[in-house]
Design a protein around this ligand. Structure first.
Ligand code: BGC
Length: 412
């Protein structure tokens, strides 16, 4: 299917600080990655050394044809100890955002992308109601330092993913079970915190964290709004939930807990960021595995690019906000499958636009191969390959293909 996107449609690629910068030593995950018997496949270490190479990386994405870069500023660098704000870290991010403008790249800046300062997580993370004011204070300081240069601000990346992971952990037993509990107890001990309190974003109790995350976004939004010279929103992990026979009830309650309540809470925001990778099917006894014989990605997900069309429709309908696709992509060693996946996902975007849905842009995850959390560096989500021994970058055919779509603002 061919088609043209609306004039001014934004084309970008995304990264997140911890996954690409390297040396995020004041963060909660650094401690967990380095611990003996870590639940992480390997530590993030130097990552892609993006902290020092960001300007070349922005130039690379611009050269490929993209006009937007979504990245995150790292809270653990900006506020490595509670109440101590690093002017040097803020200056770094200011230079980085200025470099985007100098290269005519729209900066989309995420304030929290999974990692947090160790002090925050040691004291209960998002399970602690104090998280709301702590996050707002950080937004205020970072917003004052950087806001005049920010075109799109995103408070929290995938504020609904902690509850989704917790529910999945219970439904299908993912997430390491007792190994995870032992790792959290060890992290509490190593960080000098109270046993039972150490709560990282993806490994804590997402059901307890959910109301705090919703409140933190609201407070962060109100704090940032007057400081940002642009739009403010949130991004949500929206997998396409589907009910199979007998799974209707479970689908309904899960869809509301994971997707609906968050989409309802962002009504009136400048935009909502949709992040979609696959579908999740509910049967009468719980979440169903991907259909037998289907193609699977490196993450074990079903290859199902049509999910994006469904989640854009859901996000627009429930929130009423303009939609930005802020993440969509695939973990694969076979770059031809990345092109096939993205082509089909973009066809879905075109169908949404043809139906009058206000979709403002498409940002691919990820600009480059990077640290995929628990899985380490094995899954390859990048448009650009990174040789981590030399830190050299090599665009894959998908990078040229999608860059060309971006330049022409058209598919096919
Ligand atoms: C996250 C990214 C992650 C990607 C691929 C999203 O949930 O925002 O940090 O790398 O999915 O798994």
């Amino acid at each position: 299917m061919a088609g043209t996107f609306p004039k001014g449609f934004i084309w970008g690629t995304a990264t997140a600080a911890h996954q690409v910068e390297g040396g995020n030593t004041a963060s909660d995950l650094w401690l967990m990655e380095m611990a003996k018997d870590s639940i992480f496949a390997e530590p993030s270490g130097d990552a892609c050394d993006h902290y020092h190479r960001c300007e070349q990386d922005i130039a690379l994405l611009k050269g490929l044809g993209f006009d937007c870069y979504r990245f995150s500023i790292e809270w653990a660098r900006v506020e490595p100890e509670e109440g101590f704000f690093s002017k040097a870290a803020l200056d770094h991010y200011r230079r980085m955002i200025a470099a985007c403008h100098a290269m005519r790249v729209i900066p989309m800046v995420t304030f929290h992308h999974f990692t947090a300062p160790l002090w925050f997580t040691r004291d209960g993370g998002w399970e602690n109601p104090k998280s709301v004011d702590r996050f707002a204070r950080y937004c205020e300081v970072a917003g004052r330092a950087l806001g005049d240069l920010i075109t799109f601000a995103c408070t929290i990346n995938e504020a609904n993913i902690p509850i989704m992971v917790t529910m999945m952990r219970r439904a299908v037993g993912i997430g390491g079970g007792s190994k995870r509990e032992r790792a959290l107890a060890e992290a509490a001990r190593l960080s000098g915190g109270e046993p039972g309190k150490f709560s990282p974003y993806l490994s804590g109790n997402g059901i307890v964290a959910a109301p705090n995350l919703i409140a933190a976004h609201r407070k962060g939004y109100e704090t940032l709004k007057p400081l940002i010279d642009g739009k403010v929103g949130i991004t949500l992990a929206l997998n396409n939930f589907q009910a199979e026979a007998g799974g209707e009830e479970l689908f309904k309650t899960s869809d509301h807990a994971v997707n609906g309540q968050f989409l309802e809470s962002v009504k009136g925001d400048d935009y909502v960021g949709v992040q979609t990778y696959t579908r999740v099917r509910f049967g009468k006894d719980g979440v169903l595995p991907p259909p037998e014989g289907c193609e699977r990605t490196q993450m074990g997900y079903e290859f199902y690019p049509e999910a994006l069309e469904a989640t854009i429709r859901q996000a627009a309908k429930v929130s009423g906000c303009p939609v930005m696709v802020t993440e969509n992509g695939i973990g694969t060693e076979d770059d031809t499958r990345r092109i096939a996946y993205t082509q089909r996902a973009l066809e879905g975007v075109l169908r949404c636009i043809a139906d009058g849905i206000d979709v403002r842009g498409y940002i691919h995850w990820s600009m480059m191969d990077n640290f995929e959390w628990l899985e380490g560096y094995r899954p390859k989500f990048g448009l650009v390959e990174v040789d981590r021994t030399t830190q050299s970058r090599k665009p894959k055919p998908s990078a040229y293909w999608l860059g060309d779509v971006a330049k022409r603002n058209a598919l096919g």
